[in-house]
Design a protein around this ligand. Sequence first.
Ligand code: SAH
Length: 213
Amino acid sequence: MSSDAARARLVERLRERLDVDEAVLAAIGSVPRHEFVPDATVERAYADRPLPIGADQTISAPHMVALMADLIDVSEGDRVLEIGTGCGYHAAVVAELLGKSGAVYSVEYVAELAAAARRRLDRLGYDAVHVRVGDGRDGWSDHAPYDAAYLTCAAADGIPEAIVDQTRVGGRVVAPVGRRGRQELVRLVVRRHGTDRERHGGVRFVPMIDDEG
Ligand code: SAH
């Protein structure tokens, strides 16, 4: 099957399975996931599964990317903070939702992953995604306040304060929170005093580096 056909079939499956905005499904339908995974796994690029991307990290399963992209509830022109660039796939999906006037600012701890993601995103024309190497627990204050933020690695002890501080009032923060085996997907809406918090079920993500080792 061609990658276009495989991707279209994946989108159909996600539409049946998830209650997410059509714009999110269109974004999944636009991003060539096979360009983001290692050559050895390219046959499985459109299975709804996480895949290894090196450095003990994984690209999240498409349904998880779709669900999180839906929960951050972004519009064209928004500025979004991502923690954990990985291969850059999730950032590319979000960039599709933001149009030319929006931007994703992504922080990646592992320098080699950041460099490879940067090259790949440039090659594929994702100019709206900006990558920096660093500890995502500090966020990226230069471009704050963000309309939304999300983590693609699990924060064992709760969403880091800097990330919430760098999100505007009314902005959304989505993150897997908790220790291995007991993580849940959390969505916060930032309020003038504190945050509103919703839970979106159990999940399995790689832990944030430095939290659990
Ligand atoms: N969104 C990615 C998924 C990457 S997996 C994709 O589409 O491929 C989680 C990523 O978070 C890994 O690349 C890992 O190196 C990164 N990470 C873990 N701890 C981090 C930290 N403290 N700061 C920034 N990035 C971190």
